[in-house]
Design a binder for this molecule. Structure first.
Ligand SMILES: [Cu+2]
Length: 173
């Protein structure tokens, strides 16, 4: 028993009015929900920070290896790798065509400044950082044109930095 605790004297109790208690409760629920979301994304769904294997030298990445010839690689079975090079103010290639039902692994890097890659009508939305390869995979069942744009301001002609993924009907093998 500490010196301050005098017998017969009440301990100071936690006081909050009803509204305050409700908001404290809401905050705790949100924190738990965020923690669960991050844990599920990281461990169950495999969203991880890129490691050493996705690190490249932006000065030489376009000289050899897959980014020296950007574009589509047919892996068979309806799966493709798409290597896209970003630079002020261009995506190479500007157009990609796949049959409907294809699964596409996007590998994107930048050789100059930071860019962005947003594929309209999908949840593909990446930051393209020089020195890193950003990777995401998506399956395209619905034919149509899916424009991609740079959504990180990268200079004076930023608005001209776009391209298209075209999903063609009648494919998908
Ligand atoms: Cu850009």
């Amino acid at each position: 028993m500490s010196d301050q605790q005098v017998l017969g004297e009440e301990q100071p109790s936690f006081h909050a009015d009803d509204y305050e208690k409700k908001w404290i409760g809401v905050s705790i629920v949100l924190l738990v929900a965020f923690a669960v979301t991050v844990a599920v994304a990281g461990f169950a769904l495999g969203f991880q920070v890129p490691g050493d294997e996705s690190r490249v030298d932006p000065r030489t990445v376009a000289d050899s290896g897959p980014f020296s010839q950007p574009g589509l690689r047919d892996l068979g079975g309806g799966e493709y790798d798409a290597y896209i090079l970003s630079q002020q103010y261009l995506f190479t290639p500007r157009e990609i065509r796949v049959p409907a039902g294809s699964t596409v692994n996007f590998y994107i890097t930048s050789i100059d400044v930071q860019h962005g890659f947003k594929l309209q009508d999908t949840n593909i939305n990446m930051q393209i950082v020089p020195g890193q390869v950003s990777k995401l995979t998506a399956t395209f069942d619905d034919p149509g044109e899916y424009p991609y744009i740079c959504h990180e301001y990268c200079g004076i002609a930023h608005a001209a930095m776009f391209g298209s993924l075209i999903v063609e009907a009648g494919g998908g093998s």
